[in-house]
Design a protein around this ligand. Structure first.
Ligand code: NAD
Ligand code: UGA
Length: 471
């Protein structure tokens, strides 16, 4: 199946499907790329005239979409048609943690992937290369193959694993200049040819030595492992932050000292209120589930500790706010700077801000939020979902959610506040006039810097009580 690929389809127009396909379309102008989704609103947003309304915010993305949309980049809800005309089909749908049945709370829910496989099997009108772009448990390709074969199709399918390593907020830069591209395929003639077809696409802009090819299982497992290692670093430095707070050591100084060792490296050692995002937690839980499934509980426990520590870090931050504000936040105005799980994205999935907000709302705080990119409806939805997960009934959830106030400007969000909590590391927070903010706050005025981005000495000189993560 060493085809020259002229038409690509990507099922799933989310944070991965959208940016990834936009970059392929931008770099490979001879390939038509169609991104499809069952979510009609999402596709409408991808097609919207006003680029501010694209469903995904990523620096640099609007420009690429504007450049390629309608030329060789298309967004559509017609999944069947896109499958018919494509030689290569990426599956880039969500793979959330299961919320029901066997593996509830741990295993990846593969129902969306399975549905894609069934649709491809039913709609195929020729041989197809199917590429797993979603993050999947090791050996999922086997299930996809079984489903495709059992559709009774007379055509051949090759299944490749091509996990995505982009980080949100830097998606376009990561896609332009990836550390590596990983492609797993079968060690058969047809498998190798399919791998070559995908290698040739990436080789348009990625140096060959950065395109790694492996067998399918190694590729699937490498993705879970990469996320587990990255999250492990954050939980490790956050564990140290708790020790720093007890001992007078400073976690940023410790991180910088250990990061100078080239074996450890400087990156991903920023202590914080905890990691968020749609993937770290779900992928580690998935890894833990797989280990238990394969009968290696010791290994499962090892990885699970990363999640436990992250939960501890988030609740420790909430407790610190309540303790510092004289053991009660009831009726107090607490301002949140940031709601997204990291800067430069509008994504709020698993954002630590949601957990801290729910902890404080449970104590009846009034929470006033400013985030440069997140919409008010999303914030309310996030909070209501978590409160319901925590067992609050509808009436109480609505009452608590009424204590949320969302602003489109930062200064009013902090006016007459008892405390400001920094939940996302947006650059603009460092440029604010903190003297003016101090003057307009209740005294004693507190800043809880959950991202360690503000100038602590300056804030303290201004009069604030400042608490950072890790001393
Ligand atoms: P997402 O929720 O933003 O997007 C997934 C999209 O798939 C949704 O728009 C949904 O409507 C659509 N979809 C679901 N089932 C469908 C079906 N049967 N047919 C058509 N469309 C369907 O998810 P995402 O963040 O883009 O993540 C997708 C996958 O990529 C996940 O497995 C994730 O773990 C992985 N991943 C995500 C990131 C990231 O930064 N978000 C990075 C690397 C890998
Ligand atoms: C992460 C990985 O970095 C990507 O390689 C991977 O493709 C992706 O998950 C995925 O599979 O979804 P992402 O979650 O978008 O990317 O963003 P990160 O930069 O990894 O940040 C994750 C969380 O960790 C954020 O809440 C961030 O604030 C936090 N973080 C990160 C820290 O607290 N400290 C750090 O040093 C780094």
């Amino acid at each position: 199946m060493n085809k020259k690929i002229s038409n690509i389809c990507c099922i799933g127009a989310g944070y991965v499907g959208g940016p990834t396909m936009a970059v392929i379309a931008h770099k490979c102008r001879n390939i038509n790329v169609t991104v499809v989704d069952i979510n009609e609103q999402r596709i409408r947003e991808w097609n919207s005239e006003n680029l501010e309304n694209l469903p995904v915010y990523e620096p640099g993305l609007n420009e690429i979409v504007q450049d390629r949309r309608g030329k060789n980049l298309f967004f559509s809800t017609d999944i069947a048609e896109a499958i018919h005309k494509s030689e290569m089909i990426f599956i880039s749908v969500n793979t959330p943690t299961k919320t029901y049945g066997i593996g509830k709370g741990m295993a990846a829910d593969l129902k969306f992937v399975e549905l894609c496989a069934r649709t491809i099997g039913d709609e195929a009108n020729g041989d197809k290369i199917v590429v797993e772009k979603s993050t999947l448990p090791v050996r999922t390709a086997e299930s996809i193959r079984t489903i495709l074969k059992s559709a009774g199709s007379k055509y051949e399918f090759e299944i490749l694993s091509n996990p995505e390593f982009l980080a949100e907020g830097t998606a376009v830069a990561d896609l332009y200049n990836p550390d590596r591209v990983l492609i797993g395929g079968d060690n058969t003639d047809a498998g190798k040819q399919a791998v070559d077809s995908l290698v040739n696409i990436y080789a348009t802009w990625v140096p060959r030595e950065r395109i790694i090819t492996t067998n399918v299982w190694s590729s699937e497992l490498s993705k879970l492992t990469a996320n587990a290692f990255l999250a492990q670093r954050i939980s490790s430095i956050n564990a140290v932050s708790a020790l720093c707070e007890k001992t007078g050591a400073n976690v940023d100084e410790v991180a910088s000292a250990i990061g100078a060792d080239s074996r450890i490296g400087k990156k991903f050692l920023k202590s914080s209120v905890g990691f968020g995002g749609s993937c770290f937690q779900k992928d580690i839980l998935n890894m833990v589930y797989l280990c238990r499934y394969f009968g290696i509980p010791e290994v499962a426990d090892y990885w699970e500790q990363i999640i436990k520590l992250n939960d501890y870090q988030k609740s420790r931050f909430s407790r610190q706010i309540i303790n510092s504000l004289f053991n009660t936040v009831s009726g107090k105005k607490i301002s949140f700077l940031g709601w997204a799980f990291k800067k430069d994205t509008n994504d709020t999935r698993e954002s630590p801000a949601i957990y801290v907000a729910c902890d404080l709302l449970t104590d009846r705080a009034e929470i006033h939020i400013y985030d440069p990119k997140v919409r008010a409806e999303q914030i309310s939805k996030d909070v209501k979902y978590l409160l319901e997960q925590r067992g609050f009934g509808k009436t109480e959830t609505d009452e608590l959610a009424a204590l949320l106030h969302v602003y489109t400007e930062p200064y009013p969000a902090m006016d007459k506040a008892h405390a400001v909590a920094v939940l996302t590391e947006w650059d603009e927070f460092c440029t604010y006039d903190w003297k003016k903010i101090y003057e307009n706050m209740k005294k004693p005025a507190f800043v809880f810097d959950g991202r360690n981005i503000l100038d602590r000495d300056y804030l303290e000189k201004t009069g604030f009580n400042v608490k950072c993560v890790g001393g």
